[in-house]
Design a protein. Sequence first.
Length: 293
Amino acid sequence: MQPFTFIGVPIDSVGRDGGSEHGPAALRELGLLEALGGRDGGDLDVRVRGEERDPQTGILAGDDVLRSTATIRARVAKAIARGERPFLAGGCCAELPGALAGVRDARGPLGLVHLDGHTDLYDGETSTTGEAADMPVSVALGLGPAAWVEACGGPTVAPQHLALLGYRDREESIADGMRQPETLSPAPVLRPLDLVRAAGPEACAAELAARLRSAVPFWLHFDVDALDQDVFGATDYLMSGGASWAEVDAMLAPLGSSPALVGASVACYNPEKDPDGSCGRELVRSLGAALAC
């Protein structure tokens, strides 16, 4: 398979300097490019600044989010058109809608495997923070916020080609009034962490890879908060009850080796919370083992 092209996306939808926007530089320094065995596509000129929610969209620093999305969309489309496989190193999950739009622009329908502690189905009204990182799956499905969906050229993933994997935010999201994945139609593939464990992480991920391969090429998105907070503390969204490294490795392996994998992304690593680099090194190891050609 084509090696990955590493593209840094230094954004953090909290709207301030620091945090996960330094993730791409830290991962490059820790050797992720070499671990992937690909080429360096550089960092995009994107930032998210502002601590007020846009009154129309409900997104924090909404103008910067939309501008970043347009830049990511164009860069990913260009990479795909060149025959490259983009790997987006975030930054936060707000990178995802633009990436999916770029693939759709260049080669048509695609699927998404979303390995994350959250389902990210908030919108500008239900998100308690307004951070764009709460909303990427809603945007990909065309469910809002409307201006962000428009910046992506409309929906990028059909519900039946969406697989939500490893999440554990049901109680919190219900309390917040977030749209629940069970209400989507057609039905997506739902694999919360308890079901992943019951089926076996590798078997569960292999089934998803086979299902999507028979339908469409797919993008793999990995938010590090899929991991338990005691396993990976270098993120701003700490959650208990998460996956171990062994479980994440087992999920990533069949997805990363699938011939239908058109691109991938990682998000929400905050190197400021990783002073000795131990979390980052484990992340590089895991991604390299799963994705290197």
